[in-house]
Design a binder for this molecule. Structure first.
Ligand code: BGC
Length: 735
C-alpha cells in the first residue's frame, strides 16, 4: 500500500480508518448531513486551517508546506476526523506543474479550451475532463482548478485560450461537461473566474461594468449553465471588479446570484492574490482566501478570528464556509475515496485522446478549388514555420502543461515566475512527413522571408505555420500576427499560389493576405497531439469538423472597444505595486450581444463568423419542424451528407423575436452529427428557454415576451439555411 504521511505524522490509511469510526463515515447519509457532523466536531483551529492558504510551492520567503505535493494550494488533513488534505492543482488544459516544482512530473497536454469549444462536442469535453480527473487522481491531487467559463468579450484577451467561446450556451455546455468529466473520477473541479474576467490588462484593478439584465443574459448565463451541468464542487472568483466591487467581495455575485438565486451549495474560493478585505469578503459570500501570500494581508487569518471574537462576523458564517468545502468533498467522493499518489497513467493512450480532441476541433476556414486535402502524389512539399519542426505552441501562465519532451523558449516574467513559451512535443513537420508518404518534405524556419519565398518557388505546395503566443497576465497588443509573419505569408503566397496557412493562435487574428492564400486552417493551441491532428486534416485522414467558437473580426475597428489599453501601463499581476487606481471598462456597449451578436446588431461583416467551418464533404439540411414546448420551443431537422466522404455537420439553432430590432439571433441549441456518405439523420434541437428570454431585474426573473419567434437553422451565425416561425405566449421563469 502507498503510505503518504500528512503534516501531523498520520498516514493516509490511518485517516481513512478514522473516517469509518465516525458517524459521518456512513455513506448512506447525505453529503450535507455528513458535512454538518464534521463541522460540529471540528476545533476552531481546524476550521481556520481551511479558510486560507498560501501557494503550496516555494515562493520568496515561503517554503512548500509539509505534506503538500507542490501546487497552487494545500489545506492540511484532519486525520483524527478522517478528513484528507486538499491538494489543489491547476488543470484547465491538463494537470499543471506550476514553476516545475515537482521535477519530472509531466502530464498530458490537452488542446486549448478554444479548440475544445470548436468541437461543439459535449462528449469530447467530458472525455477530456475524465482524462484530467484520472491523471490528477494518479498524482494525488483532489481539487482541480479547471472549468474556465468566462465569455470571450475581448478577442485580444491573453487568456482566451483557457476559455471556450463568445457564446453563453456553447461555453456553459462545454465547460459544464468538462467539469462533469473531471468529477466523474471522484475529484473536485472548480469553474472560474467568476465573473466577467474579460481582459488581462490591469486584471487586478479593472472593473467590468454592465447593467444587470445584460450580465444575467451573458457572462452569468454561461456560469449558470456550466454549474447546472457540471455541479462543480467550487467556484473561483476572479481578480477583477464587477460594477465597482471586487468579485471576491461582491455580494450581488456571490450571495445574491450564486448562493441565492442558483442555490449553489459548494464553496467559493478566491483567485490567488485576489482578496482585499476580511469582513466585507466573508460576509459577501467568499469562503476561502486562496494564495494568501500574494495578498497584502492574511485577511482570513488573525483578522478574521478577531472579527468573529468581536461579533462582526457570526460564527455561523465560519461554519458555513467550512461546511461547504466538506459538503463538496463528500458529494464528489474525495473523502470516501481519496486519490493516492503513484497510480499508473497510460500516457500513450492519453496522448491519443489529446490528438482526437484536436482533430475534433480544428477548423477549415478556407479551401479554394479544393486545394485540401493535399494529394498523396505530391513530389515536393515545403513546410515553413519558426517552430514547425519542433512542436506546436501552447499558451502561457498557470494553466501551462508540460508533457515529456516539451521544449521551452523565453516568454515573459510573471510576478517573479518565468513564463516560458512551451512547445508541445508534436512536430508538425514529422507528422506531415509521416502522412505525405513518398513526397519529399523540405523545411524552412521562415525567419528569412526571402529565403522562404525562394524555397516555395520550387515546391508543389507550401504549408506555412503561423504562431501567435499569448499568456495569462498579458493581452495581445493587436489582432495582427506578430514577428513579420503577415509579410512572410504574403511573400510565400506570391512565390507559390498553392499555399496553406495553419494558424496556431490564442484567438482570432487578422489576415491581410487572405485573398492570395487559397487554404487556411485554425488550430488555436492544439495540444500534445496537435501536429498529428493538423497533418491528418492536411492530408484528409481527418475530415475537418470544427466550427469557430469565436468571431474573427476583419479589424480592430469593428470591435465594441477598438482601442486597447496599453498592458504595460496597468498592473496585470497580483501582488505587485499598482500603478494608477481602479479603472472601468464599460460592457454596456455590447451588453449581452457579444461576438456574432454584436456584428449582427451593428450590421458588420466579420472576416469569419462564429459557428463557421468547412468540410471535405457537403451537407444538406431540410424538413424543419418547429413546435412550442414547455416554456420554450423545439425543432427537428434532417441533415444529409450529400458528398462522398464521411463527415460531421453541426446544425445550429438560432432564435430571434420577430419585429424586435434589439433581439438579434442567438444560438439556442446545437448538435454534432457524424454522417456516412449519403446518410441522413433527423435531429431534435430543444432551445434553452433562457435564450428566448430577457432578464427582468425588477421582478428578478426571466421573461419570455409573447410574440412570433424566428427559428433558424444555420450552418453558422450568418448563414441560415432553414427558417420557421412559432408563436409563444408570455411566460416567466425563476433564475
Ligand atoms: C490564475 C488561476 C489559477 C491560480 C492558481 C491565478 O493566477 O488566475 O486561474 O488557478 O492562479 O495557480
Amino acid at each position: 500500500m502507498n503510505m503518504t504521511h500528512s503534516a501531523s505524522g498520520s498516514s493516509r490509511a490511518d485517516t481513512q480508518e478514522n473516517l469509518l469510526k465516525h458517524p459521518w463515515g456512513d455513506r448512506n447519509l447525505s453529503p450535507d448531513r455528513r458535512a454538518d457532523l464534521v463541522v460540529q466536531a471540528m476545533t476552531e483551529e481546524e476550521k481556520f486551517s481551511w479558510l486560507s492558504a498560501p501557494m503550496a510551492i516555494p515562493f520568496g520567503p515561503w517554503e512548500k508546506p509539509e505534506g503538500a505535493l507542490g501546487s497552487a494550494a494545500y489545506y492540511p488533513a484532519i486525520p483524527r476526523l478522517g478528513i484528507p488534505a486538499m491538494q489543489q492543482v491547476d488543470a484547465s488544459l491538463g494537470v499543471g506543474n506550476l514553476g516545475n516544482v515537482r521535477p519530472g512530473d509531466n502530464a498530458t497536454a490537452l488542446p486549448s479550451s478554444l479548440l475544445l469549444g470548436a468541437s461543439f462536442d459535449p462528449e469530447m469535453a467530458r472525455k477530456t475532463g475524465e482524462l484530467v480527473g484520472q491523471e490528477a487522481r494518479a498524482k494525488g491531487f483532489n481539487v482541480q482548478l479547471a472549468g474556465g467559463a468566462n465569455l470571450i468579450r475581448e478577442p485580444r484577451n491573453g487568456r482566451n485560450f483557457e476559455y471556450v467561446s463568445e457564446d453563453p450556451l456553447l461555453t456553459g455546455v462545454i465547460a459544464g461537461h468538462s467539469v462533469a468529466g473531471i468529477q466523474s473520477q471522484g475529484i473536485v473541479s472548480t469553474v472560474k473566474h467568476y465573473a466577467v474576467n474579460a481582459q488581462e490588462t490591469g486584471r487586478v484593478m479593472v472593473s467590468s461594468d454592465m447593467a444587470e439584465p445584460a450580465l444575467r443574459e451573458s457572462d452569468l448565463l454561461a456560469f449558470e449553465i456550466a454549474i447546472e451541468i457540471g455541479q462543480p464542487g467550487s467556484v473561483m472568483a476572479g481578480y477583477n471588479l464587477v460594477n465597482g466591487e471586487y468579485t471576491s467581495e461582491n455580494r450581488f455575485l456571490l450571495n445574491t446570484v450564486l448562493k441565492g438565486d442558483w442555490n449553489y451549495s459548494g464553496w467559493v474560493m478566491s483567485d490567488w492574490g485576489a482578496v482585499h478585505s476580511t469582513e466585507t469578503s466573508i460576509l459577501a459570500g467568499l469562503d476561502v482566501q486562496s494564495g494568501c501570500n500574494l495578498d497584502p494581508e492574511p485577511f482570513f487569518g488573525e483578522a478574521l478570528r478577531q472579527a468573529v471574537a468581536a461579533g462582526r462576523v457570526p460564527q455561523s458564517r465560519i461554519d458555513d464556509a467550512v461546511r461547504r468545502q466538506l459538503r463538496s468533498l463528500f458529494a464528489v467522493g474525495v473523502i470516501d475515496n481519496p486519490p493516492g499518489p503513484g497510480g499508473p497513467i497510460d500516457y500513450s493512450a492519453n496522448r491519443l485522446v489529446a490528438q482526437r480532441a484536436a482533430e475534433a476541433g480544428i477548423i477549415l476556414l478556407k479551401n479554394d478549388s479544393n486545394i485540401l486535402p493535399l494529394a498523396k502524389g505530391l513530389k515536393r512539399l515545403l513546410v515553413i514555420g519558426h517552430h514547425a519542426d519542433i512542436g506546436v505552441l501552447s499558451g502561457g501562465g498557470s494553466s501551462s502543461v508540460t508533457p515529456v519532451g516539451s521544449v521551452s523558449v523565453d516568454g515573459l516574467d510573471l510576478i517573479g515566475f518565468k513564463i516560458d513559451k512551451v512547445l508541445h512535443p508534436s512536430s508538425p513537420l514529422r507528422a506531415i512527413e509521416a502522412e505525405a508518404q513518398a513526397a519529399e518534405v523540405v523545411f524552412n524556419n521562415g525567419l528569412d522571408i526571402e529565403a522562404a519565398a525562394e524555397a516555395a518557388r520550387g515546391a508543389d505546395a507550401a504549408v506555412i505555420f503561423a504562431e501567435e503566443w499569448r499568456s495569462e497576465g498579458l493581452d495581445a497588443a493587436s489582432l495582427s500576427l506578430p514577428d513579420n509573419q503577415d509579410r512572410l505569408i504574403a511573400a510565400v503566397a506570391r512565390a507559390n499560389p498553392r499555399c496553406v496557412v495553419v494558424l496556431e493562435s490564442g484567438g482570432p487574428v487578422t489576415m491581410p493576405w487572405l485573398d492570395s492564400v487559397p487554404a487556411v486552417i485554425a488550430a488555436f493551441y492544439p495540444g500534445q497531439g496537435g501536429g498529428e491532428a493538423i497533418a491528418g486534416v492536411l492530408f484528409g485522414r481527418v475530415n475537418p469538423a470544427g466550427r469557430l467558437p469565436i468571431t474573427f473580426p476583419a479589424g480592430e475597428n469593428q470591435l465594441p472597444r477598438p482601442a486597447q489599453r496599453d498592458p504595460e501601463t496597468t498592473t496585470s499581476y497580483p501582488g505587485l505595486p499598482r500603478k494608477g487606481g481602479i479603472f472601468h471598462v464599460s460592457y454596456d456597449i455590447e451588453g449581452s450581444d457579444i461576438g456574432y451578436r454584436w456584428f449582427a446588431r451593428q450590421k458588420l461583416k466579420p472576416l469569419f463568423t462564429f459557428g463557421f467551418g468547412l468540410s471535405y464533404t457537403s451537407f444538406e439540411m431540410s424538413d424543419l419542424e418547429v413546435r412550442g414546448e414547455g416554456l420554450g420551443l423545439a425543432a427537428s431537422v434532417t441533415v444529409r451528407n450529400t458528398g462522398s466522404r464521411a463527415g460531421i455537420e453541426t446544425p445550429q439553432l438560432y432564435v430571434s423575436l420577430a419585429g424586435e430590432q434589439g433581439f438579434v439571433p442567438r444560438l439556442a441549441a446545437f448538435a454534432r452529427l457524424s454522417l456516412e456518405p449519403g446518410e441522413s439523420k433527423r435531429v431534435d434541437l430543444t432551445a434553452d428557454p433562457r435564450l428566448l428570454a430577457r432578464f427582468d431585474d425588477q421582478a428578478r426573473l426571466w421573461r419570455i415576451a409573447a410574440g412570433s419567434y424566428n427559428v433558424m437553422i444555420g450552418r453558422n451565425a450568418r448563414d441560415m439555411v432553414l427558417n420557421a416561425t412559432v408563436s409563444l405566449p408570455a411566460s416567466t421563469r425563476q433564475p
